[in-house]
Design a protein around this ligand. Structure first.
Ligand code: DGY
Length: 324
């Protein structure tokens, strides 16, 4: 029997590739180069399956041009690169990689928040430039993390894992805002209290963004929201670029509207707003929140299992949409 045809749009781990080779006839992009849309459409001709990452946009134009496509398995928990409504209308199964990255991503979110509060990047740059000539009492002082108020915007699995780190490990008061309030047992497990978005912005000492990107979430944090925050507060974004208005943030950091920011994701990444590069009170990382070797391999493996299950069992493990 002919194997289904699969496009793997990005270099993956050899063990995951071998597993897929048993089930699929594969067209493999053995590189980290992102296909331009024309190339993606060309490569997807005659293919029933695609393995994608968050930078491969699967929209109506792609779907229309590739009518044989039946499934796209994203190696990411976020799937804002998919036009899910079009995929569902065209009966294309979409899958993502939840759960396997929760704890690793929460570790990173917490680390970035701590590095931001305690000015790790800023002080390292100072040291590397040879500017450190003497110790002083108030050199690179920043706000405490322990026993402060942790604000979380977006209280899904990763938000909850960050809340637990703050509440149980660092004696933080945890407040959160989310589309829906958590159940009482979940709130208890996270020691977290639901508040309005306005109260979250006004009260948090350290605000961490973990909400999914949707068109409605575009610029959830802009000039007006930053103005509500404490001048001593920090902002950490491990969610998606576009949730924060990067230009407004750079301006707020320069003006002292808030104390510092930590960003792992950016509008138009991998391009960066140049204003962010010249602001000192910022920690910048290249979208690596889920990047432990073990977790990245588990994400690729789950995407592969979704593809295999779709063709062998007729159902996937972690669906994003329901195909009738
Ligand atoms: C995710 O899983 O959504 C991460 O941001 C990697 O793309």
């Amino acid at each position: 029997m002919n194997k289904p045809k699969l496009l793997i749009a990005r270099r993956i781990y050899p063990e995951v590739l071998s597993k897929l080779q048993e089930h699929f006839d594969i067209d493999y992009n053995d590189s980290d180069e992102v296909y331009a849309k024309d190339e993606l459409i060309k490569r997807l001709q005659g293919k029933q399956a695609a393995m994608t990452t968050g930078t491969d946009r699967v929209d109506e134009q792609v779907l229309k041009a590739c009518p044989e496509l039946k499934i796209c398995a994203n190696i990411a928990v976020g799937y804002n690169n998919f036009d899910v409504a079009s995929m569902t209308a065209r009966k294309v199964q979409a899958t993502n990689t939840p759960d396997v990255l929760t704890e690793t991503t929460a570790d990173f979110g917490f680390a970035l928040m701590m590095a931001t509060a305690r000015r790790v990047s800023e002080s390292e740059h100072y040291l590397r430039k040879g500017l450190w000539t003497q110790w002083s009492l108030d050199m690179f002082t920043g706000p405490d993390v322990h026993a402060s108020t942790l604000g979380i915007l977006g209280m899904g699995r990763i938000g909850q894992a960050i809340a637990k780190r703050g509440a149980h490990g660092f004696a933080m008061r945890v407040i959160y805002h989310n589309r829906s309030k958590l159940s009482a047992p979940l709130e208890q497990a996270c020691k977290a209290q639901y508040v309005s978005k306005e109260e979250l912005l006004k009260t948090a000492d350290h605000l961490v963004l973990v909400l999914p990107y949707t068109p409605e979430a575009h610029h959830t944090i802009g000039q007006a929201e930053l103005a509500l925050m404490k001048p001593t507060a920090t902002l950490t974004n491990i969610a998606r670029g576009g949730i924060v208005d990067d230009a407004a943030l750079a301006q707020a950091l320069r003006a002292g509207t808030i104390a510092a920011a930590g960003l792992d994701v950016f509008e138009n990444e991998p391009a960066l707003n140049p204003e962010l590069l010249s602001v000192p009170n910022i920690v910048l990382t290249p979208h690596i929140a889920s990047a432990s070797r073990k977790t990245r391999a588990a994400m690729a493996d789950l995407a592969a299992d979704n593809l295999i299950a779709f063709f062998t069992k007729g159902q996937v493990l972690t669906p994003v949409n329901t195909i009738q």
